[in-house]
Design a protein around this ligand. Structure first.
Ligand SMILES: C[S@@+](CC[C@H](N)C(=O)[O-])C[C@H]1O[C@@H](n2cnc3c(N)ncnc32)[C@H](O)[C@@H]1O
Length: 575
């Protein structure tokens, strides 16, 4: 059959593909009141539409993120989704027609009765997932919570964006033990889809509480694992190289364990071959070469113990302290009610619908964000991921960093949050993160708001005539004088938002935590560019790039170059 292509199609997909990477530019502005010890730089919360923010993050974060965790609206029919077409330049038109609010937010209801119910959701998700994919390190993971409404579509979409060979698991999380019994089959679970940025991306193992076997040797405690392969698929007929004798010296130690050898030796008189419980020939899990190597170690990892029936078993001393995660997560601390209770405890009321339990996010961190790693949560909601990072770091001193993004959408008029006096979802997130911080502090929190870039406000609407030129000159002039948020400039130059900030007179200097770059710029204390000649330049690391305003560029660029610094124009830094 020809003319059919396998894949997911939805209304608007062509538009999405044509506009990938082309959303409206935005800038970031630090909110000092919501930040904590902002100079140091560690965790970051950004209030804004995640599409524009993810795109803005690309220049500094591409290929640097260990884990992207997403908890998008599940498209239950009551959810609001973003309609992104405005991003390509129709903002004004949409504002006039009332499709976006005064701040440009275009969250629209997506009822099941809409003819584009699934398409609208997929069109919202696709560009965001595409950007998330780009932020991931090659060994990074994407984990996305979802339920039955969209899991099948989301999986097709992720197969398309990541490649089917990057699919790792569809985890089932039991969120409600009893299940929702108003459905014909009481459903009490949802999913987390896990994809690797590459087919080989590793998945972290979970701590395995030591079982008290009471067995110890010079290397510490251990458990016993039979060396015989219990899988009946393998037998001497198809694995003859794994069916060989092992020789035991029947001299038990206080634990009843006896030494073994691969070759016959004096004293090693008992010959053991692998046999199943019915006495039929079986095979070992290890080949002779691996056994020989193991027995050459100072503390032998293989031993034998006599059974009650007089026969002998050969054991591996098992010391693993981790276990593989399973695909069914049924722990009580993952139930939805735990998330609600945690938020109620921190804020005094259940002011956010279905926040994820902190323990669930900590489990995701264990799988995908090793110590020193960076996690990005583009649908941050009440900020559970930030709290989970704080707690996980406190538990293992892991130094993970976190970037959360959440749109400052108003709390719905008839919601418990609005009744309790909360105006926006980000106000709730901020209160939650601050409350969690008081219990488990991190080092630094930078809280950003987003706004259209200065250029976008100032760009003349007319396209010709004298008025246009006059406005253009005024705009250029204004542009050169607007103080820049160092972090926003740094981002454009590839410096992440957690870089350390030093302020030195009128200068700021950002130093990337990875030591990969430094950036200096003028304009934090309102002094004019002509007042900040080379004599008041800060002491900066070699290879620092200095961002110079246009009107002093020529004067200062040469001096900067002579000092071995790199020079960038200020406008270039913003565009
Ligand atoms: C299911 S909730 C996430 C809950 C979160 N995991 C928690 O534990 O609190 C999804 C969140 O994504 C936000 N959201 C939806 N579209 C967004 C967008 N385009 N940009 C940023 N946030 C968005 C919603 O406002 C909502 O708070």
């Amino acid at each position: 059959m020809s003319g059919y292509r396998f894949g997911l199609e939805f209304a608007g997909k062509a538009d999405v593909l044509a506009n990938l990477g082309a959303s409206a530019p935005i800038d970031l502005e630090l909110d000092p009141a919501a930040s904590i010890a902002a100079e140091a730089g560690e965790h970051v919360f950004i209030e804004g539409d995640n599409l524009a923010v993810l795109e803005r993050l690309r220049c500094a974060y591409e290929g640097r993120v260990s884990l992207v965790y997403l908890d998008p609206p599940y498209n239950t029919g009551n959810d609001f989704v973003y309609r992104d077409r405005f991003a390509a330049g129709h903002a004004e038109e949409l504002r006039r027609s009332g499709q976006v609010d005064a701040e440009g937010h275009a969250l629209v209801a997506n009822p099941q009765s809409s003819g584009r119910y699934h398409s609208a959701w997929l069109a919202m998700m696709m560009p965001r997932l595409w950007l998330c994919r780009r932020l991931l390190r090659p060994d990074g993971l994407l984990m996305c919570s979802i339920d039955d409404h969209e899991v099948h579509h989301l999986r097709c979409l992720l197969d398309e964006i990541f490649g089917e060979d990057c699919f790792i698991a569809q985890i089932v999380v039991v969120t409600n033990r009893g299940g929702r019994d108003y459905l014909r089959i009481a459903t009490g679970h949802e999913y987390i889809l896990v994809y690797g940025a590459s087919p080989e991306a590793p998945v972290g193992e979970l701590d395995r509480p030591a079982r008290s076997s009471g067995l110890t040797d010079a290397l510490g405690s251990f458990e016993l694992r039979e060396l015989r392969n219990r899988n009946p698929k393998f037998h001497p007929g198809n694995r003859p190289n794994l069916a060989y004798p092992i020789y035991v010296a029947p001299q038990p130690d206080p634990h009843g364990l006896c030494p073994v050898e691969l070759e016959p030796r004096p004293g090693f008189d008992v010959v053991v071959t692998p046999q199943n419980s019915e006495g039929r020939g079986s095979v070992w899990r290890w080949g002779p070469a691996k056994v020989r190597q193991a027995l050459a170690e100072p503390v032998a990892p293989l031993v034998a113990r006599q059974r009650r029936d007089g026969g002998w078993n050969i054991y591996e001393k098992y010391r693993k302290t981790t276990r593989k995660p399973r695909a069914l997560w049924d722990e009580p601390e993952f139930r939805t009610e735990s998330g609600t209770a945690e938020l109620r405890r921190l804020l005094g009321a259940a002011v956010f619908d279905h926040p994820k339990p902190v323990a669930l996010l900590r489990r995701c961190l264990e799988l995908g964000c090793p110590p020193g790693g960076l996690v990005v949560d583009p649908f941050a909601g009440s900020g559970t991921t930030m709290q989970a990072v704080l707690e996980q770091n406190a538990a293992d001193d892991g130094g993970r960093r976190c970037v959360c993004i959440q749109v400052p959408a108003p709390c719905p008029a008839n919601s418990a949050a609005a009744a309790a006096g909360w105006d926006t979802l980000t106000a709730i997130a901020r209160a939650r993160v601050h409350a969690a911080w008081r219990e488990t502090p991190g080092r630094s929190l930078r809280w950003f708001r987003t706004r259209a870039p200065v250029e976008a406000f100032a760009v003349p609407a007319e396209t010709d005539g004298e008025a246009y030129w006059q406005r253009l000159v005024a705009y250029e002039d204004a542009l050169a004088r607007v103080p820049l948020d160092p972090h926003a400039v740094g981002l454009t130059h590839g410096i992440p938002l957690d870089a350390e900030l030093r302020v030195d007179g009128p200068w700021w200097v950002l130093v990337d935590a990875n030591g990969e770059g430094a950036l200096a710029g003028w304009g934090v204390d309102g002094r004019g560019p002509s007042e900040v000649g080379p004599e008041v330049w800060p002491d900066v690391p070699p290879q620092t790039t200095v961002v110079l305003p246009d009107d002093v560029f020529e004067d200062l660029a040469e001096a900067a170059t002579q000092r071995g610094l790199r020079v960038a124009g200020r406008r270039a830094a913003r565009l």
